[in-house]
Write a protein that binds this ligand. Structure first.
Ligand code: HAM
Length: 424
């Protein structure tokens, strides 16, 4: 075979895409209940948006972006995540001036990261994410976390672990940064090149370096929680109280820093416990980004959001043996006997589909036996048999696939009859 799909991508074939449709429908439904509105932004943006938004010392920006010049010489990048694009659109469309605030948005769409592919880590993957901009109320942090947890639990997932941390406000972060520099500086030459440049620019990034994660200095690195000022502590306490009120259990992990630069205060990840899931156990992540809107050129506006990938969700469902309640099978399969019946088929099919039924028929001139087999494979509830006799009386022979019972039904009653079988 000459052409193969690119590394880290996949074809989603019909058997699998039914699951995707189910999950996407669930996301739309959940967002409606939480009153988040869908936004669809382009798949590529100006490169600088991500460099600024996600942060130019992050792995995503330094190593993982699909960046190219278009024919006009502009540097564009396939979006590695959805937050920067959503915030760009929020600013560009002046959503901060809309009557209803906070602006609550969600998206479902492909993201692209040049990562080393492995199970659960793709180069093209689909994120479902939500972003709420315009409120600094800790209740909205709890709402976003609640939405994420609801999404998983409504799909039947168990053994989820919610991990939260606070990255503090500007002042807390400044103090923490200083402590990190003091901690790492004396031995920074033992760290990778990236960490050496991160030291002065963004030492927090050292903490989630994949290369140096086992260095002994990582173990006792100063944790942000020790540097939170009073405001940040109070904010974090409020978020935790709301989570308790909502019966959402969590664990505080002082080492959770997240891999993107825009976070402050609340940061969280949802992990899955359990065997068979391999090395990757993070299902989703998010947090607060109070400086991002301003960074991207808008007025100072707080924000919070999260994103998950549907690929990892599907893996989790599979690991836990959860079958989604997918609708299977046709309502009816039309079986024709003879040329006249075959000629009459398109009209009848068209009519039945028009009336809302899922029906199909044979297009390969199969014999009756072959048509019956197809009906069985397609899990049709009934077959509708038409031959010369039925045609002459304007009727069809309806046969239940479950019981084998047959009855002659007039064409005018056929839709209602099939619907009866459907609801049985
Ligand atoms: P993130 O942690 O980079 O955050 O990604 C969020 C989720 O996307 C991950 O937890 C994981 O489920 C999925 N994901 C990331 N990379 C891959 C990959 N290579 N293959 C499969 N799945 C992947 C963000 O992207 C932030 N924009 C989240 C956010 C929204 N924060 C605030 N608002």
């Amino acid at each position: 075979m000459k052409y193969k799909l690119p590394r880290g991508t996949q074809d989603i074939l019909p058997e699998e895409s039914r699951k995707w449709q189910y999950i996407e429908a669930k996301a739309h439904d959940l967002c409606q209940r939480y009153n988040y509105k869908e936004i669809r932004t382009p798949i590529f943006e100006q490169t600088d948006l991500f460099a600024r938004g996600v942060g130019d010392t992050t792995d995503i920006v330094q190593k993982e972006m699909y960046t190219f010049d278009d024919r006009g010489g502009r540097s564009l990048t396939l979006r590695p995540e959805g937050t920067a694009s959503t915030v760009r659109s929020f600013v560009e469309n002046k959503m901060y001036g809309w009557a209803d605030q906070p602006t609550k948005l969600y998206y479902i769409g492909p993201m692209f990261r040049y990562e080393r592919p492995q199970s659960g880590r793709m180069r093209q993957f689909v994120q479902f994410g939500v972003e709420a901009m315009g409120s600094a109320d800790p209740a909205i942090d709890a709402e976003v976390i609640g939405l994420a947890m609801d999404f998983y639990s409504e799909l039947g997932l168990k053994n989820l672990k919610l991990i939260i941390n606070s990255l503090g406000d500007k002042e807390s972060r400044r103090n923490h940064k200083e402590a990190l520099i003091n901690h790492f500086k004396p031995r920074i030459n033992e760290f990778c090149k990236d960490c050496q440049t991160r030291l002065e620019k963004n030492p927090l990034r050292i903490l989630d370096c994949k290369v140096d994660r086992n260095h002994e200095l990582m173990v006792d690195a100063p944790a942000i929680l020790e540097f939170l000022n009073e405001d940040s502590v109070t904010y974090f306490e409020q978020v935790k109280t709301f989570l308790k009120d909502m019966n959402i259990s969590y664990e505080v992990d002082a080492s959770l820093v997240r891999g993107l630069d825009y976070y402050n205060n609340t940061a969280f990840e949802i992990m899955i416990d359990g065997v068979g899931f391999g090395a990757i156990t993070t299902l989703s992540g998010g947090g607060r980004y109070n400086g991002l809107v301003e960074e991207i050129g808008g007025p100072a506006t707080p924000g919070i959001g999260f994103a998950l990938s549907i690929e990892r969700l599907l893996m989790a469902l599979e690991t836990q043996g959860i079958e989604l309640p997918l609708e299977d099978g046709l309502d009816a399969y039309l079986v024709t006997m003879g040329d006249k019946a075959k000629t009459a088929a398109p009209k009848l099919l068209h009519q039945l589909r028009h009336e809302g039924l899922k029906v199909d028929a044979d297009y390969l001139a199969k014999k009756v036996k072959g048509q019956m087999k197809a009906a069985d494979r397609q899990q049709a509830k009934v077959v509708l048999i038409i031959g010369d006799e039925e045609l002459s009386t304007n009727s069809v022979m309806l046969k239940s696939m479950a019981t084998g019972e047959q009855e002659l039904v007039s064409i005018t009653d056929i839709t209602d009859k099939i619907k009866n079988y459907k609801s049985e």
